[in-house]
Design a protein around this ligand. Structure first.
Ligand code: NAP
Length: 283
């Protein structure tokens, strides 16, 4: 990394509720240390009632920037001075840069999501991309798939109206389905993505029968804790290629770091082994 580290001082962090289990401090402090930047990245527990006050105080402190997680990715938007067009189109901000007291918002989840799928674009294009969920993460997933030229998409969500709204906002032709425990009759699923919190540690399981899913399908769970979710375990048995949420987390972090320091930190096997070790320690 080529950074004039002696000039950079300040703090960074992730704001959310809950936020205590976030791996972002581990990732960013690893890169900050390696780049010899004199800054520290914290996790800030911020309830919705305190969001505005905290954002305003960050502007005038030596805050270099911050990440935004559940439940603030949408509500933070009106509190910022400028929002990047991609983040506006997605309707969610996960990265903020403080430029002399003016806060600029970006969305790095879009790119972070698609990077691990790049080697499999031909497979995905050969069928339907099936998204489970219609919340903030699903919006980034939908935008990323559309931008990658994938037009055959279907969405299943507990609140089907929210899925309809997602499809409408993204301006795509996509079928929507209410949440069921069996895969709906969708033409050859080539990519199945879980964007709900179901299956995450402390949350109910994602009860979905994968019978009939082709072994050529890719199953991608945005969850990384547990390391192998129930969905990925089932997909594995079915013979499908599986991807958990850790690569997305790391790549969205890499892009956030680029926004803050105009420098690209290395995504290494060593970093992944530290993160995997941390997750497995928490079992
Ligand atoms: P969100 O906006 O709150 O959306 C939650 C989604 O989960 C909605 O579709 C919701 O359905 C569904 N859901 C929640 N409880 C459910 C239940 N009991 N039964 C059926 N559906 C249920 O949250 P988000 O920001 O999209 O985040 C979702 C997940 O993605 C989280 O686990 C988060 O950690 C993960 N994520 C991972 C990364 C990464 O880098 N790996 C990045 C972003 C997000 P309704 O609309 O019907 O309520």
């Amino acid at each position: 990394m080529n950074i004039h580290s002696h000039k950079i001082q300040g703090f960074l962090g992730v704001i959310g509720d809950p936020v205590q289990h976030s791996l972002s401090p581990l990732i960013h402090n690893y890169w900050l240390q390696r780049a010899e930047i004199r800054a520290y990245y914290n996790a800030f527990h911020v309830p919705a009632t305190h969001l505005k006050m905290l954002i305003n105080s960050f502007k005038y402190m030596n805050c270099i920037g911050f990440n935004v997680t559940i439940p603030h990715k949408q509500t933070v938007i009106p509190l910022l001075d400028r929002v990047d067009p991609i983040a506006l189109a997605v309707g969610a901000v996960n990265t903020v840069v403080n430029r002399d007291g003016r806060l600029h918002g970006y969305n790095t989840d879009v790119e972070g999501f698609i990077i691990p799928l790049r080697p499999y674009m031909d497979i995905i294009m050969s069928g339907t991309a099936f998204i489970i969920g219609a919340g903030g993460a699903a919006r980034a997933v939908m935008y990323a798939l559309k931008r990658a030229g994938i037009s055959n998409i279907a969405v299943m969500n507990r609140d089907e109206q929210r899925a309809v709204q997602l499809v409408c906002d993204a301006d795509v032709q996509a079928a929507t389905y209410p949440f069921t425990s069996r895969l709906p009759d969708v033409e050859k699923i080539s990519l199945l993505v879980n964007t709900t919190s179901l299956g995450m540690v402390g949350q109910p399981a994602l009860d979905l029968d994968l019978t009939g899913l082709s072994p050529t399908a890719i199953v991608y769970d945005l969850i990384y804790n547990p390391w192998v979710s129930g969905l990925l375990h089932q997909a594995d048995i079915q013979g499908c290629r599986t991807i958990n949420g850790l690569p997305m987390l790391v790549y969205q972090a890499q892009l956030a770091f680029q926004h803050w320091f105009s420098s690209t930190p290395e995504v290494s096997e060593h970093l992944f082994s530290i993160l995997q070790g941390d997750l497995l320690c928490g079992l």
